[in-house]
Ligand binder design. Structure first.
Ligand code: NAD
Ligand code: DAU
Length: 351
């Protein structure tokens, strides 16, 4: 494994992973293959842009010719596929691009991996494929998939295709299913960066429904560390969950975030809930821990560190929150916020 193509490498987790790889492995070359959708951002990769081992190609994973050309030109031996449409709310507004990229695009990459006999195809998946998880249970890797949003269904479909290529063609694949990542360079449509940047500007924080949905927030670099471990020590054909084993309610996340960036809690607004909103995700992470990994950050540490990064890096997010973002924000939140209510939950309930 020397020449790694990171598809979706200009996005949030992909760019953190590229920086992680180039810092850790002096002998690796990394090709970022990315379409640069609204979520792709070369600012994320400034730290490595002058590194001779880093290359960038702006293309679509659905374009088989461009994928083949990139693999040949850069002598790729490994694909790590982060490329996807990733925001659940956008998948509810319009699922089309989600199906194109995660279903057809994953198929294109798998075909290329088969044709060029790559050493490894690694698929980045999500805990959302398991669907809502009742209290008292944590998802294991061999549990059935039960996706409930168009986004989750597109990701579960990709996982099934990856497994099919392993079983049918003996393609050397691995899959990791991560919980909610947070940290530097996350597009401010996702809840933690959206709330951090809104709070810094004194804007309301639109909490969906009662805010008691549970998520397992993990620091993105911990996730990168685990993906790297699976790439080097994981068993071919296997799936690995990556999380913290510690979930919390969204309202608790908001309290921790506001405290970290010293903003008032009266910004919290309860707005109309997300349709089909999964109440709880929870991962059993015994399998990845058995490989020798454990998270270095608790969810609370990750939330506080992320809040501080956004407070310190306005240069990165201010330009994103203009233009098309404003149109999206009005569509997604305009009416909701006009009909919103202030939070009546006392902060003491989370202390
Ligand atoms: P992101 O939205 O920040 O970035 C996605 C990247 O993929 C962007 O750079 C975009 O330009 C690129 N892309 C999209 N469609 C493409 C196409 N057709 N061809 C080439 N490039 C394309 O996403 P993220 O949050 O970094 O997530 C990365 C991966 O991790 C996704 O597969 C996602 O499902 C998975 N994941 C995310 C989380 C999370 O909390 N963010 C958790 C678990 C798994
Ligand atoms: O669980 C892993 C998944 O985490 C990834 O696969 C997805 O790509 C990623 O987007 C994320 O999905 P979520 O839907 O969990 O993340 P999001 O940040 O959109 O929402 C987190 C929680 O916060 C969820 O319960 C919905 C809630 N929320 C979200 C937004 C954007 C709000 O209450 N208000 C909001 O404005």
């Amino acid at each position: 494994m020397h020449n790694i193509m990171v598809t979706g490498g200009a996005g949030f987790i992909g760019s953190n992973f590229v920086i992680y790889l180039l810092n850790k492995y002096k002998e690796y070359n990394v090709l970022v293959y990315d379409k640069l959708t609204y979520a792709g951002n070369l600012d994320n990769l400034l730290e490595v842009s002058g590194d001779p081992r880093y290359h960038f190609v702006r293309e679509d994973i659905c374009d088989a010719g461009s994928v083949a050309q990139a693999i040949e030109k850069y002598k790729i031996d490994t694909i790590v596929n982060f490329a996807a449409e990733t925001h659940v709310d956008r998948s509810i507004l319009n699922p089309d691009a989600f199906i194109q990229t995660s279903v057809y695009g994953t198929y294109v990459l798998l075909e290329a991996a088969r044709r060029f006999c790559l050493q490894r195809y690694h698929q980045i998946s999500t805990d959302e494929v398991y669907g809502h998880i009742p209290a008292g249970y944590s998802s294991k890797e061999d549990d059935k998939v039960d996706p409930r949003s168009p986004y989750a269904a597109s990701k579960a479909s990709a996982d099934l295709m990856v497994n099919a290529y392993h079983v049918t063609y003996d393609l050397p694949v691995t899959i990791t299913r991560g919980s909610n990542n947070i940290g530097p360079f996350q597009y401010p449509e996702k809840v933690v960066p959206l709330f951090a940047t809104n709070a810094i500007d004194g804007e309301p924080l639109p909490v969906y429904g009662d805010g008691r949905q549970m998520r397992e927030y993990q620091y993105v670099v911990d996730h990168c560390d685990a993906i790297d471990l699976v790439l080097h020590s994981g068993t071919i054909g296997e799936i690995y969950n990556i999380g913290t084993g510690l979930e919390m309610e969204n309202l608790q996340m908001v309290e921790i975030l506001l405290q970290a960036i010293d903003c008032p809690r009266d910004l919290i607004r309860h707005v109309k809930d997300r349709p089909g909103h999964d109440r709880r995700y929870s991962l059993n992470i015994d399998k990845i821990k058995a490989l020798g990994w454990q998270p270095r950050h608790t969810p609370a540490e990750a939330i506080a560190a992320t809040g501080r990064w956004y407070a310190d890096n306005e240069w990165w997010w201010r330009k994103i929150k203009h233009g098309a973002f404003q149109d999206y924000y009005e569509t997604q939140y305009g009416e909701r916020l006009r009909q919103s209510t202030a939070s009546n939950i006392q902060s003491s309930s989370y202390e």
